[in-house]
Design a protein around this ligand. Structure first.
Ligand code: FPP
Ligand code: MG
Length: 326
């Protein structure tokens, strides 16, 4: 059962039919090949559908819009996101995602690369068949390039401590650009004017920065059963995230923490020690304060004159991003 964004009370009024169709389309896309379906269905079923939901809501900001204009692109966005997660789990040697074993842990990295490539190719097939404009093709290509650059930036800096500005460059490319692109594409298919499209995109950027900061907090302080991921995964894979950056600058035990996060092999007990050090600082409050600031900016970015139900849904998504536990 897909965990839709069911906290968005108005989502049902705005997009129930589209979301059902989205599920059918995604199912059909991965159902083209029996092995791909078996490998991907458990992963895909656990998603929030945040990206296609943002796109669909923004596409409806001025009123109804035909499913032919939205569904292929909405499906493609979910498939691109899934492809990126499949590849990300190889890079991170992650064992679990969305509460189920990762494709790499089940079938190995070789097969996982190809499963990610399949999803990625399928996404672009849907976009081609949907006959979107060259502008939309270019935006999608830039999105994927940015995801790759963000991941390369992160990979090249593993086991080192980034500055706040380097951290922001990374999370902007790997997360915020995606959410921003979904909102931008929604505005474009709704034929909104340039200024309003930019406002929606800014909402997405700020939402994405907050989303990633909370993701970093959940990496240490989430409940594995709820997040579906192993605690301390970032430290294990060498990603120095915002709670660590903050704790390193304020903790009395920053030397111990620095030694752990820059070491290539860590045990579960090292991760527990790191968590304890972070817990004894204001790192979580600091991250939440930053995330709240981005959410305030997201709200302020929303354009005037959008459908009330869409505005409420986008505001509720903003609230969810900072309060979420999954
Ligand atoms: C999860 O972030 C991963 C991403 C946001 C992007 C991954 C992108 C790539 C691997 C580039 C390749 C892209 C395509 C489309 C093939 P995270 O590692 O911070 O979060 P996590 O804890 O959920 O793993
Ligand atoms: Mg990861």
């Amino acid at each position: 059962m897909v965990r839709f964004l069911n906290f968005v009370s108005v989502l049902e009024d705005v997009a129930t039919k589209d979301l059902q169709e989205l599920e059918n389309n995604v199912e059909q896309a991965i159902g083209e090949d029996k092995f791909i379906y078996e490998a991907c269905a458990p992963l895909i079923n656990g998603g929030k559908r945040l990206r296609p939901v943002l796109f669909l809501l923004c596409a409806k900001s001025r009123g109804e819009i035909s499913a032919e204009k939205t569904l292929p692109l909405a499906t493609a966005l979910e498939l691109i996101h899934t492809a990126s997660l499949v590849h990300d789990d190889i890079l991170d040697s992650a064992k679990k995602r969305r509460g189920v074993p990762t494709i790499n842990s089940k079938y190995g990295a070789q097969i996982s690369v190809l499963v990610g490539d399949f999803l990625f190719a399928k996404a672009f097939q849907l976009v081609a068949e949907g006959q979107y404009s060259a502008q939309i093709d270019t935006i999608l290509s830039k999105l994927v390039k940015n995801l790759c650059v963000g991941e390369i930036m992160q990979d090249r800096a593993l086991f080192t401590v980034p500055t706040i500005s380097e951290y922001y460059d990374r999370i902007n490319l790997k997360t915020a650009v995606f959410l921003s692109t979904c909102c931008r594409l929604g505005g474009i298919v709704a034929e909104m004017d340039q200024k309003d499209v930019e406002s929606l995109a800014s909402y997405g950027t700020s939402l994405g920065l907050a989303f990633q900061i909370i993701d970093d907090v959940l990496d240490f302080f989430g409940d594995e059963k709820v997040t579906g991921k192993k605690i301390g995964g970032d430290i294990k894979s060498g990603v120095v995230n915002l709670p660590v950056i903050r704790a390193l600058s304020v903790s009395d035990e920053s030397d111990v923490l620095r030694e752990i996060v820059t070491r290539r092999e860590v045990t579960d007990s090292d991760i527990d020690d790191a968590i304890e050090i972070i817990k004894n600082t204001d790192a979580v409050e600091y991250c939440k304060m930053r995330a709240d600031g981005h959410i305030d900016s997201a709200r302020l970015s929303l354009p005037f004159l959008i459908k009330t139900s869409v505005e409420i849904a986008l505001e509720q998504i903003a609230d969810f991003v900072v309060d979420r536990t999954w």
